[in-house]
Design a binder for this molecule. Structure first.
Ligand code: SF4
Ligand code: SF4
Length: 216
């Protein structure tokens, strides 16, 4: 995403798009990425988490129980239940959950984006940032269609998943499914956000863990 001095594109990148990618998306972490960021910031892991991270989950309605981190609808916080009813008239039976720790966002942008629209943790930035705009070909659409605000997408993206990163994500979800979210992360931030129906709902840490049910 936002490019620092190592990147030959720096000035043109910032001038043209003002690091739009760092303003649009929540950046989720894998445990190793969190450790690397904390080391880079020279902070103890727990303090780094408190200062810069939030609990984050993407949840998707499902009509039947399937593989993965899937929970019964009764565990969903009231605010999200109200939204689901508004969108669909009734609640789905189950939700698939993708639970993470993510970087906080301040005034609509990543906590690490500085005033010059550059990344202040560039050398330790998460893989999700480094992969942009190649990260998420969606429904067969090309990066230059999905991310028309991004000059690199228009010029250079080839599309396609980073298979190594994809495997790490898969292993991470299997670990959460097997051992539980709290054991995988060890320390947790005090605040939480849930994305559902394309909206973001701030929820308490307790509601977040309740939502994960047996996978908490
Ligand atoms: S990756 Fe794309 S959107 Fe992000 S800062 Fe560079 S040109 Fe802008
Ligand atoms: S960590 Fe850096 S590159 Fe990633 S979103 Fe934040 S500011 Fe942008």
């Amino acid at each position: 995403m936002a490019l620092m001095d190592e990147c030959p594109e720096t000035s043109e990148c910032s001038e043209k798009c003002k690091a739009e990618c760092c303003k649009r998306y929540w950046i989720t972490l894998l445990p190793g990425e969190l450790d690397r960021l904390a080391d880079f910031a020279e902070m103890p892991r727990q303090r780094f988490i408190e200062e810069y991270c939030t609990l984050f989950a993407d949840i998707f309605p499902m009509s039947k129980k399937a593989e993965g981190i899937v929970v019964f609808t009764g565990l969903v916080p009231d605010s999200i239940e109200a939204k689901a009813k508004e969108a669909f008239g009734e609640m789905p039976d189950f939700f698939l959950i993708l639970p993470f720790i993510a970087l906080k966002r301040i005034e609509g942008k990543c906590v690490f984006l500085n005033k010059e629209n550059l990344c202040s943790v560039y050398k330790a930035r998460p893989r999700q940032c480094a992969l942009f705009p190649e990260i998420s070909p969606d429904e067969g659409r090309k990066p230059e269609e999905l991310y028309d605000f991004c000059r690199l997408a228009v010029k250079e993206a080839k599309g396609g998943l980073d298979l190594e990163h994809f495997k790490k994500m898969k292993d991470y979800f299997s670990e959460v499914e097997g051992r539980g979210f709290s054991k995988v992360w060890r320390n947790l931030p005090g605040n939480a956000v849930v994305k559902a129906y394309k909206e973001y709902f701030p929820v308490s840490k307790e509601d977040f863990l309740r939502l994960l049910g047996p996978y908490a």
